[in-house]
Design a protein. Sequence first.
Length: 145
Amino acid sequence: MTGNPAPAAAYKGPLPRATPETQPFWDGAKAHKLMLPWCEDCGQAHFYPRALCPHCHSVRLAWRQASGRGKVHTFVINHKAARGFEDKVPYVIAVIELEEGPRMMSNLVMDETPTPENVHVEMPVAVVFDDVTPEVTLPKFRPVR
């Protein structure tokens, strides 16, 4: 996470592949910034990155740094590991509603073992960055207590 990159050999999960629409998002993550596309016509942010605004269909988009703050919209505590995450169970997959409005799927980084008692909907979270390889940084979220 921020200031504590993972050794390259330690990460066994799948890695994202940037597209022209998502490259600014991944470049921002590498710089430890959560970047979102914003519509220059209707003024709304959106996620996932795409070539036109899902709100008004404008193609006039600009990338801006988001606050990195949000809340858990929904989540699952996964006890059966996906390939590459066998040593991580249990882990939390969550949909985060960002302060700016868009929702994005990510992982929650927990100091304690995740249980239904310590993870909940509406829980405030903040972005952290996990440098999983020298080339790829993944945005994840940590509860704000």
